[in-house]
Design a protein around this ligand. Sequence first.
Ligand code: ADP
Length: 446
Amino acid sequence: MGWLSGRAAIVVMAVLLGGAAASLISTSALSVLFGGAIGAACAAAADAARGLRVLRWLNHPSDRDAPRDAGLWGEIAYFAERALRTHERIAQQEQWRLAQFLAAMEASPNGFLLLGANDRIEWCNAVAAEHFGLDPQRDRDQRVTNLVRAPAFVHYLQQGRWEESVTFPEPRGRGTLSVLVRSYGDDQKLVLSQDITAREQAEAMRRDFVANVSHEIRTPLTVLAGFIETLANLPLSEVERRRVLLLMGQQAARMQTLVADLLTLATLEGSPRPPADRWIAIGRLLAQAEVDAAALSAGRHTLQFERDDAVQVAGNENELASAIGNLVNNAVRYTPDGGRITVAWQVRPDGAGELSVTDTGIGIEREHHARLTERFYRVDSSRSRDTGGTGLGLSIAKHVAQRHGGELEIRSEPGKGSVFRIVLPATRVRYLEPAPDPRKLAADAA
Ligand code: ADP
């Protein structure tokens, strides 16, 4: 109430001062009254000017500070400014929180799409925009079902039962999406999307793999079961019995090879990357491969092994032996009698190591090249099986090469032959210290 009495005092003072000033000029009561009125008018004008300043500031309060006047207008401006600044601070904090929240949603690997009434798009993060093929700015307020027309999605959104997610092809046709809807607020929806392409592919691969393994095992098992029945029910001569046992042995060996290859693959997938500091003499690996190739070829091919005993490679000896063994084994199996098989090692100018297995065999049509390293992929199934193939050899070789930071290169032409190369990075290849020169040693000793 202080400001009220202050204002009243100012008005009274102005009236008195006006009256006093008028009485100096004339002593008539009228002129004193007139002087008082002028004083009151001056006080009102000053007051109006202060009020106007406050009003002007209230029009654009954010641009500058409130006028610092004394009295009623000063106090009004002061309280208005304080309330305003508090409000601004709260609004800023809220905005910051919202920005943080949206940034967190943006950082999510999943898609977030917020829908308002009538499924109109309110907001979406970049991942959801990518999943649904939306433009977050341009498509705001659009009905989502006008833009995302996948029937499974539209049906799912409209039916209103969202306990389970729905799966459908990504609108841009690049993969598979899994979408889950949750309702919230006032007829609003949160649409969560996830790209499950890789998961689906892995699942399909797993199914194929199980189907392939079952298929591979079923054939020798059926043959074995047939032979067992024959042995049990038919009176066989000694020669027939031996032949049946021989065939049974072959089928059992086929299953053993398959199981061994499957175990190799499982080990490759489940173990850490080969060490980069365990050095193996490449000559030793090739020597072993040469013995195996000679046994498999049994003199039907010309075998040439070009060894370099001065080089070592870093990695897992068993894995590398298995990869080289598979390539050499294939070369022998897919090269007709009289053909030539060359296994060579060389260090490329960039320091990378290259082990090549070249044959003059049947070769492979170009269209098969990209799929050769897929599990159980065969160009000619009967030839592969007849020669004891499992369809896993190249898959193992590629896996080993990649685990060593390298790759498997394939060149092949039908009727001319093939070259399979395991290329290892320079970091996994080193030259052995050259053996000391005995003459130099003798000279040093003297
Ligand atoms: P498989 O056990 O059937 O030989 P691989 O994975 O080792 O399985 O090879 C896949 C397929 O690639 C083989 O079935 C064969 O058709 C073809 N192939 C592999 N190596 C050679 C080669 N040296 N010459 C011709 N064809 C080959």
